[in-house]
Design a protein around this ligand. Structure first.
Ligand code: ZN
Length: 309
């Protein structure tokens, strides 16, 4: 495979020139750079033993606001495949990484450039919202991971990309995909049954982080603490959120691991409803080690909320 030969040649050069990036463990055939832990988890499922998967962020970091630090640049330089949410989520850092010496094969329109949001049906599609108002999801809602069918679509697309990038292991990727899809189908059937009991449950959020989960489960978002995605609340807006929460009989405020409690505790106190921490991604809570855990724990926590009200 020509790419591999080139990569090996570059590794030799890298070893010879002080300060250049050292190669990753030689055992891995394909280097996958995931922007978020959910995509790293999916890459590990499909990539099997031959993929070396690196996640740029962990489950308790806010993926909207990451610094393009040198360690990330070093990792992206080695990548054969880039797997991110897209739709502007990584706008503040990914373009910098791609400019700082990432291979041509992971640049836009190449097989090694996989943006999850381009392979699913987007919610809140592009609008003319002015970005000066903050981080506003102007390209649609990029938090696409909390919908099981999105994961299934992306598993298939990822396997397809890997067979193009690394045809020598095509059979193995197809096998991994088939094993994953079979397990995912069974798990989804169980979640489908349980999610039907969550329909209509009114909740408050901080950020539009759960749109796909709500679309799937029918949970009703009655208010958002942020005035706009990425724009912190004012005192007036919080008062409005309190009224909306009371009027709709909201039962909880859902919080992602990286979200500040600013405004949430006040609201929780005034409205008399709990703040419920959900994992949001793989690694977002203790024991959420893969995508199956992510959905299982999320649904279980939401069932607990429902049972208490
Ligand atoms: Zn967002």
């Amino acid at each position: 495979m020509q790419l591999k030969r080139l990569a090996r040649a570059l590794c030799v050069i890298a070893l010879a020139v002080p300060g250049m990036v050292k190669p990753s463990p030689a055992s891995a055939e394909v280097q996958i750079f995931a922007c978020e832990p959910e995509w790293a988890a999916l890459a590990s499922e499909i990539g099997g033993d031959v993929a070396h998967v690196y996640s740029a962020t962990h489950g308790r970091q806010d993926p909207h606001y990451i610094r393009a630090r040198p360690s990330l640049i070093a990792q992206v330089r080695q990548a054969d495949l880039l797997f991110c949410s897209g739709a502007g989520l990584e706008e503040g850092w990914l373009p910098v990484l791609l400019q700082r010496g990432a291979r041509v094969t992971i640049q836009r329109d190449q097989p090694g450039h996989l943006m999850a949001s381009e392979h699913v049906r987007m919610l809140n599609p592009p609008s003319l919202v002015d970005r000066s108002q903050g981080h506003v999801h102007a390209e649609g809602n990029p938090h696409v991971q909390l919908l099981p069918e999105n994961i299934a679509f992306l598993a298939t697309e990822l396997a397809r990309r890997l067979t193009v990038i690394d045809p020598d292991n095509a059979e193995m990727y197809r096998r991994q995909l088939s094993i994953f899809q079979e397990r995912w189908k069974d798990a989804t059937a169980n979640w489908m049954e349980r999610k039907s009991h969550l329909e209509g449950m009114p909740v408050v959020v901080r950020h539009e982080a759960w749109a796909y989960l709500f679309e799937w489960t029918g949970i009703k978002q009655v208010a958002s603490i942020e005035r706009l995605p990425g724009v912190p609340p004012t005192a007036n807006h919080l008062q409005l959120v309190l009224e909306l929460a009371r009027n709709a009989g909201a039962v909880a405020i859902l919080r992602a691991p990286y979200e500040p409690s600013e405004g949430m505790e006040w609201l929780s106190d005034k409205a008399g409803i709990p703040i419920v921490d959900l994992p949001f991604t793989v690694g977002g809570q203790e024991g959420v080690d893969d995508l199956f855990d992510l959905f299982e724990v999320t649904i279980t926590l939401l069932e607990e909320v429902r049972d208490q009200y």
